[in-house]
Ligand binder design. Structure first.
Ligand SMILES: Nc1nc2c(ncn2[C@@H]2O[C@H](COP(=O)(O)OP(=O)(O)OP(=O)(O)O)[C@@H](O)[C@H]2O)c(=O)[nH]1
Ligand SMILES: [Mg+2]
Length: 461
C-alpha cells in the first residue's frame, strides 16, 4: 500500500501553532515533515501554518482555512496535502472532501516510507500490520474497493453491510499477520539463543534516523549495508561480529532509526525487530552532532527507549559527524556536559580507535578475575578460556590445570563448578565469587566512569 512516491508529486505541508506550544516549534516540526516527504519521494511545494487556540475537531485547521488552502493547491498544481499530526478518521474524511486531492498525515507518511523500504518478509509483515491497524478505525464505505481487491473470498454473511465485511476482512488479515509475526519472533529468538551460546555480548546501535548508524556499522564490521541521506534508510536489523582487539569480540546490531512522534502502531508492529534493542547488552547511542537540536534528539531517542523499557541498559553516548563541526568548541562543551561520551566521525574514521577501545574495556569490565582448577582431561575448557576469556596464568599440576583468568560474564556459569575459593579476605570478592575487574592488579575499567544507563541523565550530565 503506497500513497506517495512519484518524484514529480508536489506536496503542501500543513502544521498548526498552538499557544504555549512546547518545543519543538512548528517551523522545525514542518522542516522534519519536509524531510520525511522528500524521503517518501515527494517534492515539497510549500508550507502553511495555522495559528489556533486548539485544533478544531472536524477540520483540524478550521473549515475556512482548509478552503483557502484548497484554492492554493488548485492554483499551484499541488497533488497532495500532508498534515503534521495524526488526523482523526473524521478529520481525514472531512479534509479529503474539502481538498478533493490526496490528504495524508505524518503517521501515514512514515508508514509510507517504511512500506517503500521494507525488503525482507519480516519487514513487510510488520509494515502491513502497522498500516492495517492505522486503517481499521478509518474504514468507511469509501473503502469498499478493498473487497474488490480481495475478490469474493469471504462472501458477505447475512445482514452484513459492505463496511462490516471490509472490517471483518481487515481484522482477519491483522490476526493472520500477528500469527506470522509470532513465527518471526520465535525464529529471531532462536537466532539470539545461538548467539548467546557463542556468547559474545551484543551491542546495538540506536539513534535518531539519519544519525549515521549504518555508516558506523559498515566501518566497524566492514559491511555494506545501505547508507542514504534519507530518513529510515534502515528497516531490518543486521547483525555482524565485531573484532574488539585482543580476543574480545561482540555482536553489533544495526537497526531502525527513531524519530519524534514515531507512530504507536509502528512501534507495536516492529516489536520483533526492536527486540534486538531489548536484548542488547550495551546500547551505542549515536547522535548527529551537526544537528542544531542535538539535545532534543537525545531526548526523542530516550523517549522511544523508555517506551521499549530499556532505559536502564548500559549505554554509550557517541557524537557522530564531528568532521562537520567548525572548530572544537561545541564538541568540547558536549563532552563536558555528558561525561563519558565520545566524539567520532563514522565517515572519515576519526575517534573510531577510541570507540573500539572503550567498547573493549566495557566488555572486559563485564569479566571477573577467577582462579580455577580444571580437570586435566578438560582441555576443551582451557581452549575455550583462551578463546573467550583472558588467562593470566596457567599451571599444569598432577591434580589439575590451575588457571588464573579474566572470565566474561557469559562463561562464569558454565565454569562455576571449577572455581576455587579466593585466597585472602572475602572482601576482595563480589557476590558472584569473582574479583571485580580493577582489583587484584587488573586495570581499573573505564566503563566505571564512561557508561551510564541509557536514561541516567545524572550520570551523563
Ligand atoms: N559528514 C558526515 N556524514 C556522515 C557521517 N556518518 C554518516 N554520515 C552521512 O549521514 C547520512 C545518513 O547515514 P546513515 O548511516 O544511513 O544513517 P542511519 O542512522 O543509518 O539512518 P537510518 O537508517 O535512516 O535511520 C548519510 O548521507 C551518511 O553518508 C559522518 O561521520 N560525517
Ligand atoms: Mg541506517
Amino acid at each position: 500500500m503506497r500513497t506517495l512516491g512519484h518524484p514529480a508529486e508536489k506536496a503542501l505541508l500543513v502544521g498548526i501553532e498552538l499557544p504555549n506550544q512546547q518545543e519543538p516549534g512548528v517551523t522545525e516540526s514542518l522542516e522534519e515533515l519536509g524531510e520525511l516527504a522528500r524521503s517518501a519521494g515527494a517534492a515539497v511545494a510549500s508550507h502553511a501554518v495555522q495559528r489556533l487556540q486548539t485544533p478544531t475537531a472536524p477540520f483540524y485547521i478550521g473549515r475556512g482555512k482548509a478552503e483557502e488552502l484548497s484554492e492554493r493547491c488548485q492554483e499551484g498544481g499541488i497533488h497532495s496535502v500532508i498534515f503534521d499530526d495524526e488526523l482523526t478518521p473524521a478529520q481525514s474524511r472531512n479534509l479529503s472532501n474539502v481538498f478533493s486531492r490526496k490528504v495524508l498525515d505524518r503517521t501515514q507518511l512514515i508508514l509510507d516510507i517504511f512500506a517503500q523500504r521494507a525488503k525482507t518478509r519480516e519487514g513487510k509483515i510488520q509494515i502491513e500490520l502497522a498500516q492495517l491497524l492505522y486503517l481499521l478505525p478509518r474504514l468507511t464505505r469509501l473503502w469498499s474497493h478493498l473487497s474488490r481487491q480481495t475478490g469474493g473470498i469471504g462472501t458477505r454473511g447475512p445482514g452484513e453491510t459492505q463496511l462490516e465485511v471490509d472490517r471483518r476482512r481487515v481484522q482477519q488479515r491483522i490476526a493472520r499477520l500477528h500469527r506470522d509475526l509470532e513465527a518471526v519472533r520465535r525464529s529471531r529468538a532462536v537466532q539470539r539463543e545461538g548467539r548467546h551460546r557463542c556468547s559474545w555480548p551484543t551491542l546495538c546501535l540506536v539513534g535518531y534516523t539519519n544519525s549515521g548508524k549504518s555508516t558506523l556499522f559498515n566501518r566497524l564490521t566492514q559491511s555494506e549495508v545501505l547508507v542514504e541521506d534519507k530518513l529510515f534508510a534502515t528497516l531490518d536489523p543486521t547483525i555482524r561480529l565485531l573484532q574488539l582487539g585482543g580476543k574480545q569480540r561482540a555482536f553489533l546490531a544495526d537497526t531502525v532509526g527513531f524519530i519524534r512522534k514515531l507512530p504507536h502502531d509502528l512501534i507495536d508492529s516492529f516489536r520483533a525487530t526492536l527486540e534486538e534493542v531489548k536484548e542488547a547488552d550495551l546500547l551505542i547511542h549515536l547522535v548527529d552532532v551537526s544537528d542544531p537540536k542535538v539535545e532534543e534528539r537525545i531526548a526523542d531517542v530516550r523517549r522511544v527507549l523508555e517506551e521499549l523499557d530499556v532505559l536502564g541498559k548500559p549505554s554509550l553516548l557517541v557524537w557522530n559527524k564531528i568532521d562537520r563541526l567548525h572548530g572544537p568548541a561545541l564538541l568540547h562543551r558536549l563532552l563536558q556536559r555528558y561525561p563519558g561520551s565520545i566524539g567520532i566521525s563514522a565517515w572519515d574514521g576519526s575517534g573510531i580507535e577510541e570507540l573500539l577501545s572503550r567498547i573493549g574495556s566495557w566488555s572486559r569490565g563485564r569479566a571477573l578475575l577467577f582462579r580455577l582448577r580444571l580437570p586435566v582431561e578438560r582441555g576443551d575448557l582451557l581452549a575455550r578460556l583462551h578463546r573467550e576469556g583472558e588467562p593470566v596464568e596457567v599451571r599444569y599440576r598432577p591434580d589439575g590445570i590451575y588457571v588464573h583468568a579474566w572470565i566474561p560474564a557469559f562463561l562464569q556459569a558454565s565454569l562455576a563448578p571449577f572455581i576455587l575459593p579466593e585466597r585472602g579476605s572475602a572482601d576482595s570478592r563480589d557476590a558472584s565469587g569473582g574479583t571485580t575487574a580493577g582489583e587484584d592488579g587488573g586495570e581499573r575499567p573505564e566503563w566505571a566512569e564512561g557508561f551510564g544507563a541509557a536514561g541516567d541523565s545524572s550520570r551523563n550530565r
